[in-house]
Design a protein. Structure first.
Length: 154
């Protein structure tokens, strides 16, 4: 069941995202598909950046002085419909895709869906919550034509 289109803003602020043709449209399509399947409405901002930016964000917001692949910043629920922000680091995402022998676009799609689900309060802090989140990620990615991202990680 399709919901109203999300208001999705994609900001490219670093990293060589040209490895993903038309990165902004690609990311918007993935996020809209996730929103449709979750029947989520509102708006979201996704920033495609680099390791330096994600390291800074990770240090400032999580106290971890290292780059990471994706960060989610859920918005306070104040009734304006803004779900939050997602930030991704090109170098880390590309290195992970290569190490895991995954297509770059498939890995980006997975991390966008993962980040989006965090905005909707999904988490992986307990085994049951992780299983629920991973199952939902897999369903959304399958609908987008991507394989199960966890299949070779068991």
């Amino acid at each position: 069941m399709a919901t109203e289109p999300m208001e999705i803003e994609i900001i490219v602020s670093g990293g060589d995202w040209s490895h993903l043709p038309d990165a902004a449209s690609f990311c918007a399509r993935v996020l809209q598909a996730a929103a449709d399947m979750e029947q989520a409405q509102g708006s979201v901002v996704a920033m495609l950046s680099d390791d330096a930016m994600l390291r800074q964000l990770n240090r400032d917001w999580r106290g971890k002085d290292q780059a990471t692949n994706v960060l989610s910043f859920p918005a306070a629920q104040n009734g304006d419909g803004f779900l939050g922000d997602i930030a991704m680091a090109f170098e880390t995402v590309r290195a992970e895709a290569m190490a895991q022998e995954k297509a770059f676009d498939a890995h980006v799609a997975h991390l966008l869906v993962h980040g989006f689900l965090h905005l909707l309060s999904y988490d992986h802090d307990r085994d049951d919550a992780a299983a629920r989140m991973e199952a939902r990620e897999t369903e959304i990615l399958r609908a987008l034509g991507y394989p199960n991202p966890y299949r070779d990680q068991a």
